[in-house]
Design a binder for this molecule. Structure first.
Ligand code: ACO
Length: 402
């Protein structure tokens, strides 16, 4: 690959590939996807097995370090992370600077960007101990930042992390607990959220991960690179889709619940009307994550006794779409975002927090990919070329003559 690329550069040949649909930007040993079959594996392990047997922290270790940890390794990784969950008190004050109705995603990316100002002792991309420290800090602090962004939006006081709890329990307590009251952890919700984080943990060279790698390719530090990834994830065609799906379902419900009518609007290509949560650049078959999420949605909503009309609408929508030639011929299937929002809603998260939950899940993937990039001798600064289609040369005209 590298040799051919050098030869083409010498010859002055440029490939034009908008959206990079057919351009490999890197080699990678982390995540394997076969989109035609609907296969997803992290470091060789099928996503179904990890979702059933692993935990989010164990899967994070696997993605970042390449192997499943031994008991001792997982224990020390978990303990180390639990010692870094607090935010610097000065960083805590940042949250007061944002408007109360701020979307939590830019709050999240700003706080992560600010980590490089508080933790200047772990910014060197080529010092493995510093990189490990930044890794631990990010994994430990992002749930705290996310919970604080939520608490700020509802005007509730911040709760300090309780490190006797697991990462997910701690996050749920900081989000929904009350000061000076013990927090009742619901084991079903904890398990469901942990599993959702595993399903989001990596997805090879998607938009946000490519962003993390591109920013990092200039040797920008891990916090700066991940902050950029969070901003890329914010868009509705990427992580923002989980919020957009719920808004779509609520819109359909408000208009009387006519699923067929909505599908017709999609097919008529009304501007801005897409079946959100459907379609994927790589999957031309059922997204294996969506299949797992759909089962979890059923379980969680049943266990909460939540008779969610929106879940029924989503299922009807899927059924109509999957039997319609428009969607069949374009190989459009539900993606991971189609059912996640319904679970997050049942857990009590407002719609605007959904993409934040995606970011919590994707974090170990961003870190693993950034580290792979930094350690890869083939890495060069990311610098795509272009095909110029503007004016050739022309002379400057003074203002009064234009
Ligand atoms: N609803 C209706 N039509 C769609 C949809 C959709 N959700 N997705 C794709 N199509 C159509 C396109 O209009 C196009 O049809 P055409 O060739 O007749 O014009 C065809 O299917 C191919 O779609 P592209 O947009 O070329 O596919 P691309 O790979 O560029 O886009 C994307 C993939 C962005 C995910 C797209 O399917 C989409 O916008 N989906 C909705 C948003 C969404 O759910 N995003 C989450 C993605 S997963 C993730 O980030 C975790």
């Amino acid at each position: 690959g590298m040799e051919i690329s050098k030869l083409l550069t010498t010859l002055g040949v440029i490939t034009l590939d908008p959206g990079f649909t057919n351009t490999g930007s890197t080699t990678s040993k982390i995540t394997y996807i076969d989109g035609d079959v609907g296969i997803l594996r992290y470091r060789g392990y099928p996503i179904e097995q990890l979702a059933e047997h692993s935990t989010f922290l164990e899967t994070s270790y696997l993605l970042i370090h390449g192997e499943l940890p031994t008991t001792a390794e997982l224990d020390s990784f978990t303990k180390r992370i639990s010692r870094h969950t607090m935010l610097h008190e000065d960083l805590k004050r940042f949250f007061d600077g944002f408007p109360r109705d701020a979307h939590p995603m830019p709050v999240l990316s700003s706080a992560v960007s600010a980590l490089s100002t508080f933790y200047q002792d772990s910014l060197d991309p080529f010092n493995p101990e510093q990189v490990e420290l930044s890794t631990v800090r990010l994994l430990a602090k992002l749930p705290t930042i996310a919970a604080y962004a939520y608490r700020k939006s509802v005007g509730h006081p911040f709760l300090y992390p309780d490190n006797s709890l697991s990462l997910v329990e701690n996050f749920l307590r900081m989000s929904f607990g009350f000061p000076a009251e013990p927090y009742e952890v619901d084991p079903k919700l904890t398990k469901a959220l942990d599993q959702l984080l595993i399903l989001h943990a990596d997805h090879e060279q998607n938009c946000s991960t490519s962003t993390v790698r591109l920013v990092g390719s200039s040797n920008a530090n891990l916090f700066a690179s991940v902050s950029a990834g969070i901003n890329a994830l914010f868009g509705p065609l990427h992580g923002g889709a989980n919020q957009a799906v719920l808004e779509m379902l609520e819109g359909i419900k408000k208009d009387g619940g006519d699923v067929g009518h909505f599908v017709k609007r999609v097919k008529d290509r009304e501007p801005g009307v897409k079946l959100m949560g459907f379609g994927h650049r790589v999957y031309k078959n059922y997204d294996p994550r969506a299949a797992l999420v759909k089962a979890t949605a059923d379980e969680v909503l049943a266990s909460l006794g939540a008779q969610d009309q929106l879940l029924d609408l989503a299922k009807q929508l899927e059924e109509v779409a999957l039997s319609d030639d428009y969607f069949i011929s374009r190989k459009l299937y539900p993606n991971v975002d189609f059912y996640t929002g319904l679970i997050y809603k049942a857990m009590g998260f407002p719609t605007r927090m959904f993409t934040v939950l995606f970011a919590l899940g994707r974090l170990p993937g961003w870190i693993a990919q950034w580290r792979e990039m930094i350690n890869d001798p083939a890495t060069k600064i990311g610098r795509p070329r272009q095909v110029y289609t503007g004016y050739t040369e022309r002379d400057y005209i003074p203002t009064e003559q234009r």
